[in-house]
Structure formats: structure tokens, C-alpha cells
Design a protein around this ligand. Structure first.
Ligand code: KPL
Length: 309
């Protein structure tokens, strides 16, 4: 399968690397020139739970024009960059291309659909954790299922083919048609974990070692669950709080993507995670005080210069 991964951060490199390692033709498309150069010269280094390896079959580029039309485009850029990234990814998308978003937060599938049409979009969630160590190197920090589904019902078996390709790469994957339920289910994990780790500097598993962070995690998730209920979304997980705690344990040593963003001085996805819950809560008349405080604190930390600057 010819696959392009748009956004070669920690998760994009993980999926791209594992898919390339089993014989797919994989291209990473990213704006970071040094990262692209290191991958092309030395290969992509993956360490951690899936074993240590260097993948030299993978190609990286800063321009989608170098790649041409693909069978599958996986969008892994930060949610804040989705619209722009998909515009730049147009040379990858032909009549039979499917575009998969496994990004965090709300609104990505909708943003991609506006550009490429709903029938080409598949969305899903991933329970893997991954950390970018530096140019050309990631650590696979936690494993879990990938669940994907179409935005509109499909008549062909292309989704199943993607599922098989992922499984061959060691990425446990299933198809589920309740895409919004899936996205909201994963959102619960990001709501409970990302902002709290970004504010405290804790790893995911450490959130459960302190009564204070555990209580805030529970409250933030309960608020989000109420927003989902009033909105009429059937969240995949029956007990979202228990689910989020299980994600903390499974990705215990991971530094969440939001903590990684804060450490790098990058903009976070707070507005499409806790901020989105606050906005939906306001619209639906559901109180979300914990999510509001978490959102305001992360926005403050985003504005504060990094220590030493
Ligand atoms: O998706 C994640 C993230 O870091 O963004 C979790 C599930 C919290 C794993 O770290």
C-alpha cells in the first residue's frame, strides 16, 4: 500500500515507521527540515515497547508534491494545523485515496471533509503513546488498540484492507461504525490526562499517584461525559472515568502530547480538548468549571516564556 503520513511527530512517525517496516511504501510529510534530513540519511529510530529498531525503508519530505497520489493519507498534525495541512496535502489525494484522521480533539474529521469530501474520510482513535526524542527518533511508550470507521457508510472493502495492513504492522486495529462515539471516547482520555499533565509536568501514570490530580481527572471527565450525554452522543466506554484511568496505567510512562508541546514551547490542542468541552457546555447549558480552569491554566502556560528564555 502507498501511504503518506502528514505530520511526522511522535505518533505520525510511530504509525509510518511500523507500516514501512512491513513493506508498505511510506512517506512522512513534515515541515521540520532537520527531522526530514535525519530520517532520509540515517533512517527512523524507534525504541520502546515494540522493540528497538532503525527503519531505513521510510522516506521523508517537506513537500507533498514529491510523493504523488497515495492509497491512504494519515493525518497526524496537531489539530490546530489540520485545515492548512490538508490544503498542502492535495497532491497526495486522488479519486481512490482515503484520508484517515487519528488526531486528538474535536473537529478534525469535519475540517478534512470540507477539503476532500466526506466520502473520502475515515476517522478513528488510537490508544498508543509515543514521544519524540529528537530529529529522526521516537520512543514507543504505550500500546493499545486502533479503532477506525467511515464518516459515511462505505460499499467497498477498502477500510478492511487498511485494517489488515495495520494489523500486519503490529497495530491491533478494528473497524467500528460509531465514529463520533469513538472520537468522544478518546476525547475523555485527553480531557482527563493532557491538561493535567501539561500543568503539573507529571507522566500519565503519575496522575493516579496523587489524590489531588486523581480527583481533578475524575471531575473533568464527569463534566465531559455530561456534555456528551446532553449532546446525544453515545460514548463508547460505559464508565469513562475507569477507562481514562486504564489509559493512565497503560501509558504510565508517557509524557502526554500536551506536556510535550508545553516543554517544546509549542501551541497546544487545549482549545479542541478541554476548551471544546467548555464551549459545548456553554452552548448546551452544562456547567464545566474544572474544564474551564484547566483550559485557562494551559492557555496561561502557553503564553509564559520557557524557563531560561
Ligand atoms: O493521546 C494521548 C496524548 O498524549 O495525547 C494520551 C492517550 C493521553 C497518551 O499520552
Amino acid at each position: 500500500m502507498k501511504i503518506a503520513v502528514v505530520g511526522a511527530g511522535a505518533m505520525g512517525c510511530l504509525y509510518g515507521g511500523l507500516l514501512s517496516d512491513v513493506g508498505n511504501q511510506v512517506f512522512l510529510v513534515d515541515v521540520w527540515q532537520e527531522h526530514v534530513d535525519v530520517i532520509n540519511q540515517k533512517g527512523l529510530s524507534i525504541s520502546g515497547v515494540s522493540g528497538d529498531r532503525r527503519i531505513t525503508s521510510i522516506r521523508a519530505t517537506t513537500s507533498a508534491m514529491d510523493v504523488g497520489i497515495c492509497d491512504l493519507v494519515i493525518v497526524f498534525v496537531k489539530s490546530t494545523a489540520t485545515r492548512l495541512a490538508v490544503q498542502h496535502a492535495q497532491p497526495l489525494i486522488g479519486a481512490d485515496t482515503l484520508v484517515l484522521t487519528l488526531q486528538n480533539g474535536l473537529g478534525n474529521a469535519e475540517a478534512i471533509s470540507e477539503s476532500v469530501g466526506e466520502d473520502k474520510v475515515i476517522a478513528g482513535v488510537t490508544a498508543h503513546g509515543s514521544t519524540l526524542l529528537g530529529p529522526g527518533a521516537i520512543r514507543h511508550a504505550g500500546q493499545g488498540p486502533t479503532v477506525i470507521g467511515p464518516l459515511v457508510p462505505r460499499q467497498d472493502n477498502r477500510l478492511e484492507k487498511i485494517c489488515t495492513a495495520f494489523q500486519q504492522a503490529g497495530l491491533e486495529t478494528i473497524v467500528d461504525d460509531n465514529v463520533m462515539g469513538l472520537i468522544w471516547g478518546k476525547l475523555m482520555a485527553n480531557i482527563g490526562i493532557n491538561a493535567l499533565t501539561a500543568i503539573t509536568g507529571l507522566q500519565n501514570g503519575e496522575l493516579l499517584q496523587y489524590a489531588e490530580t486523581e480527583e481533578l481527572l475524575e471531575k473533568a471527565v464527569q463534566e465531559a461525559r455530561e456534555v456528551a450525554r446532553v449532546k446525544g452522543i453515545t460514548v463508547k466506554e460505559e464508565d469513562p472515568v475507569a477507562y481514562v484511568k486504564s489509559v493512565c496505567r497503560k501509558t504510565a510512562e508517557n509524557r502526554s502530547s500536551m506536556l510535550q508541546d508545553i516543554t517544546r514551547g509549542s501551541r497546544t490542542e487545549i482549545d479542541v480538548i478541554n476548551g471544546a468541552i467548555v464551549a459545548e457546555g456553554l452552548r448546551l447549558g452544562v456547567e464545566t468549571p474544572v474544564n474551564r480552569v484547566l483550559t485557562l491554566l494551559v492557555r496561561t502556560i502557553e503564553k509564559k516564556p520557557l524557563a531560561g528564555e
